[in-house]
Write a protein that binds this ligand. Sequence first.
Ligand code: ZN
Length: 132
Amino acid sequence: MHVATGAAGGAFAGSRLRAAVLGLVLHGVCDRIPHWDIASPRFEVRSGLALLGALAVARGPFDPAVVGAAASSAPDLEHVLPLPKLGGRKLYPTHRVASWHRAGGVPVGVQLFVAGVIVGLLLHRPKPEPGP
Ligand SMILES: [Zn+2]
């Protein structure tokens, strides 16, 4: 879901800088929505990379949608990579507050379906209007 919401935000933001900032913010917002996490970190990482790769191939690697998707996904890298901790706690602000991330609510299947629809729509980038 972080890839999809970040990509949608990035496409809306329209510039790489705004896409990166919005993607980082969207990560925290989406973490706050009660949801079930995918039980397999391996599947989560691979499906996220697949969606990110598909967006990069379809839109170009520096398209704001791709930048937003990467920025929105990046905070969760600290769950799978041995990154340093700040005062013994995670780095991303909402990961530092245990009560921010709540289990329950949106099921995994719904998240995967919605993410697929969002990314599927974003794979078809509108062609610019031909000039005069
Ligand atoms: Zn997170």
